[in-house]
Design a protein around this ligand. Structure first.
Ligand code: NAG
Ligand code: NAG
Ligand code: NAG
Ligand code: NAG
Ligand code: NAG
Ligand code: NAG
Ligand code: NAG
Length: 269
């Protein structure tokens, strides 16, 4: 049996023992998602201690032998860190004293998905909470007029998604309309062979209308809107992460309307 699996057993044992103790620091985690190739944060907070030197933070991952990260006596101790996480983790050292045990994970990989444990020791005792970390790829779509197409069409493009998302178009004028017959969506594998570029074309669009291209997988939902009138074209986009438990928005990027140049080639009818 490895040190780590012993550790997990010890945690299980501890949590049952803790029921009989009143004095333990409360630990709270937040489900989150990582975007492959980017940096991510595994969020964990705890009831702080007055002395930094009395705080120990351990991050563990189910099925991984070594530790993900350890912080004690005011600094990192990476002597038991698993190779999988070498050079990729950090806690916010100046935030530990206020009860922030969140872990920054550099260059998120698909294989980083799983169950993590945020384990805290303070002078009050021990506490822990689990966190489900999802990994995938998600990006904001951009919608544009296809200027040289044979019919008025829109092009919705997003550079990186994984797993393969669904793409649905909607319009403000024809609410509830099903555009699947007048659109064409393709997924092209990017060079790292995991994430894919999403391109969807919507044909036969009408003027004085707002169209939305909605891309969604189990991790995130993104929307690109375009508003076309005879004097201007505007667009905006928006991304939100979906919480696995409640489908709540835990993070969002909203971009307000941006004016685009009119198509020089296309005479809109
Ligand atoms: C912890 O601190 C980091 C860095 O300041 C911050 O980005 C993060 O939101 C904090 N987490 C919580 C749960 O407060
Ligand atoms: C539209 O024009 C661009 C560049 O001007 C060209 O690369 C593209 O192939 C054209 N598309 C069609 C459908 O003609
Ligand atoms: C739209 O129509 C297609 C078939 O034309 C169907 O497969 C799809 O489920 C419909 N979508 C909705 C949201 O009704
Ligand atoms: C677009 O409209 C034209 C004319 O009404 C029609 O012939 C064509 O099939 C339509 N294209 C699509 C993709 O529905
Ligand atoms: C959709 O796009 C693909 C690739 O661009 C093309 O081969 C296919 O004919 C298109 N389908 C329709 C219905 O336009
Ligand atoms: C992606 O897959 C292709 C074909 O399967 C292969 O030739 C290429 O080396 C792969 N690229 C990477 C980065 O793994
Ligand atoms: C679009 O709306 C503008 C102002 O509301 C109007 O003047 C114009 O005629 C409309 N164009 C079409 C093609 O409906």
């Amino acid at each position: 049996m490895t040190a780590s699996s012993l550790f997990w057993l010890e945690q299980l044992h501890l949590s049952s023992v803790l029921v009989f103790q009143g004095d333990t620091p409360s630990v709270t985690t937040l489900t989150s998602a990582g975007n492959i190739g980017e940096d991510g944060i595994l969020s964990c907070t705890f009831e702080p201690d007055i002395k930094l030197s009395d705080i120990v933070i351990q991050w563990l991952k189910e099925g991984v032998m070594g530790l993900v990260h350890e912080f004690k006596e005011g600094k990192d101790d990476l002597s038991d860190q698993d190779e999988m996480f070498r050079g990729r983790t950090a806690v916010f050292a100046d935030q530990v004293i206020v009860g922030n045990a969140s872990l920054r994970l550099k260059n998120v990989q698909l294989t980083d998905a799983g169950t993590y444990k945020c384990y805290i020791i303070t002078s009050k005792g021990k506490g822990n909470a689990n966190l489900e970390y999802k990994t995938g790829a998600f990006s904001i779509p951009e919608v544009n007029m296809e200027c040289n197409a044979t019919s008025e069409s829109l092009r919705c493009e997003a550079p990186r998604w994984f797993p393969q998302p669904t793409v649905v178009w909607a319009s403000q004028v024809d609410q509830g309309a099903n555009f699947s017959e007048v659109s064409n969506t393709s997924f092209e594998l990017n060079s790292e062979n995991v994430t894919m570029k999403v391109v969807s074309i919507l044909y036969n669009v009408t003027i004085n209308n707002t169209y939305s291209c909605m891309i969604e997988n189990n991790i995130a939902k993104a929307t690109g809107d375009i508003k076309v009138t005879d004097s201007e074209i505007k667009r905006r986009s928006h991304l939100q992460l979906l919480n696995s438990k409640a489908s709540l928005c835990v993070s969002s990027v909203a971009i307000s309307w941006v004016l685009l140049p009119l198509c020089p080639y296309l005479m809109l009818k």
